[in-house]
Design a protein around this ligand. Structure first.
Ligand SMILES: C[S@@+](CC[C@H](N)C(=O)[O-])C[C@H]1O[C@@H](n2cnc3c(N)ncnc32)[C@H](O)[C@@H]1O
Ligand code: SF4
Length: 387
């Protein structure tokens, strides 16, 4: 099967990801590009490098305004409000913001205070994502976290008091020795705070982490299934709708930034190790690019910040598109396929038909969306798009 030639006729929405690569302490399960922060954070040098990176990305913009910005990490809440303000001002001046832009910042409950929340809010951040992981102090210690459950509660309340109307909590499940009732207790404590959004991740053992070298005893498969079944029901009952594998939101509170990734939108990534995906109508190309990962290299004058790039070939695009779109519980309009890959949907129609007949994709011609079975066996669904 040939995917055909790319013919892009319009550009997708544009988001900006800004990476902050430091944390107070590296967690033993985490494989993000995050490093234990030096005694004094090189904030000035890092912001200068980010601003230079942003300037170089000007050609990626192609007259669009930003739909969303996500300042992630690492632990961005380690930066000062003045630094965040400088950055955000530059993005508004150099690229421009859509009127209802969503600006998210990730915070660690052990690396944030009320003044920082107020300062970030004043700088234009309008969505806070707090890394709670669990409300059980024993689990927090096992996970190597630098904060207690009380710290997380305090951080949540401080964010609300600072004026944040949209708050996400990150929780993980499948923690060492965890039972379904313990996992649900974490969720119930979260519901009590009434966040607008909850990201509920299964703890995974990633290569190159301490937990991979010395694995803790994780719940067996059956216990994990029972945690997932009861947890998903509890989230639903509390009014959090699942809209992606790990993302749950109150009505109209989905993360627009992450949704843009999953809908195969464009994004510029600045900061150590950040990734971009940019489409061009002029060259009919979709390109992925990534920045150098080591913070000192990224900041070094004269060092090339771009570590690599690759153009997505037509034969790679069906899988790249579906890997993102089919994560969404409601999938995407079928028209997005042509709009965002520049390829004709008819070229993959035989594969779609087979998946629909097999009960793995919904039988709606104008939507690309898995059924419950398709979502469960997503990896085998995606095989159909490897050309
Ligand atoms: C960049 S961190 C969030 C902000 C901050 N660094 C913190 O941890 O508080 C992103 C989230 O990814 C999740 N995460 C990281 N490593 C994970 C793993 N191995 N398995 C599952 N979730 C993980 C955690 O829930 C974490 O809050
Ligand atoms: S989970 Fe968050 S705080 Fe922990 S190392 Fe990763 S990015 Fe840093």
């Amino acid at each position: 099967m040939s995917a055909g030639a790319i013919q892009l006729q319009q550009l997708p929405p544009l988001s900006l990801y800004i990476h902050v690569p430091w944390c107070i302490r590296k967690c033993p399960y985490c494989d993000f590009n995050s490093h234990t922060a030096p005694g004094i954070l090189p904030e000035r040098d890092y912001i200068a490098a980010l601003l230079a990176d942003l300037k170089q990305e000007q050609t990626s913009v192609q007259r669009r305004k930003l739909a969303s910005i996500f300042i992630g990490g690492g632990t961005p809440s380690l930066l000062s409000p003045a630094a965040i303000n400088t950055l955000l001002e530059a993005t508004e001046k150099q690229i421009g913001w859509q009127k209802n832009i969503e600006i998210t910042l990730e915070a660690n409950p052990g690396a944030i205070d009320a003044q920082h929340f107020a300062g970030f809010h004043n700088a234009g951040v309008n969505r806070i994502s707090i890394g709670v992981q669990s409300f059980d102090d024993r689990q927090l210690r096992a996970l190597g976290r630098i904060h207690t459950a009380d710290d997380a509660m305090r951080a949540f309340k401080a964010a609300r008091n600072a004026g944040f109307g949209v708050i996400n909590l990150d929780l993980m499940y499948g923690l060492p020795g965890q039972s379904a009732s313990q996992a649900e207790a974490d969720l119930q404590t979260a519901f009590g705070l009434q966040p607008e959004h909850i990201s509920w991740y299964e703890l995974t053992l990633e290569p190159n982490t301490e937990f991979h070298k010395r694995p803790p005893r994780l719940p067996p498969e059956l216990a994990l299934e029972s945690i997932e079944t009861s947890g998903r029901a509890a989230l639903q009952q509390a009014g959090y709708q699942r809209y992606e594998i790990s993302a749950y939101a109150r009505p109209n509170q989905q993360s627009r930034h992450n949704r843009n990734y999953w809908q195969f939108g464009d994004y510029i990534g600045i900061g150590a190790g950040a990734h971009s995906k940019i489409s061009s109508i002029i060259s009919n190309r979709i390109e992925r690019k990534w920045k150098t990962r080591v913070p000192s290299d990224y900041m070094a004058k004269g060092h090339c910040r771009t570590a690599g790039k690759r153009t997505l070939e037509p034969a790679q695009l069906p899988l790249e598109f579906m890997m993102n779109a089919l994560r969404l519980s409601q999938g995407v309009p079928a028209s997005y396929y042509f709009q965002r890959t520049g390829l004709q949907l008819s070229a993959i129609e035989p594969g779609l038909k087979q998946l629909r007949q097999g009960g793995l994709l919904r039988k709606e011609p104008d939507r690309l969306c898995t059924t419950a079975a398709g979502s469960r066996y997503l990896d085998s669904v995606l095989q159909a798009f490897i050309l």
